[in-house]
Design a binder for this molecule. Structure first.
Ligand code: ZN
Length: 76
């Protein structure tokens, strides 16, 4: 899998951390999704943590790990 076609995870994480109110964290799989998402696209959970603290914390995890996914469509 090439990473050259998409922004670096660190850049995405920084973008999320700068605007945590636009995102929320899935309680089922810890993915960061857009605040308007009703169901997690990864695990179909409907429970989310919308607190800025949690979003920023998870964004930092995202920036430092490879495994946590983000739905690119929601980052625009
Ligand atoms: Zn999920």
């Amino acid at each position: 899998m090439s990473e050259s076609a998409s922004p670096s995870r660190a850049a995405v994480a920084a973008k999320i951390a700068a605007n945590p109110s636009g995102y929320k964290v899935c309680e089922g799989c810890d993915s960061i999704v857009g605040s308007g998402v009703a169901l997690c696209p990864n695990c179909h959970s409907y429970r989310f943590d919308t607190t800025s603290e949690r979003v920023v914390s998870q964004a930092k995890v995202l920036g430092s790990r490879e495994q946590t996914s983000v739905t690119a469509d929601d980052l625009g």
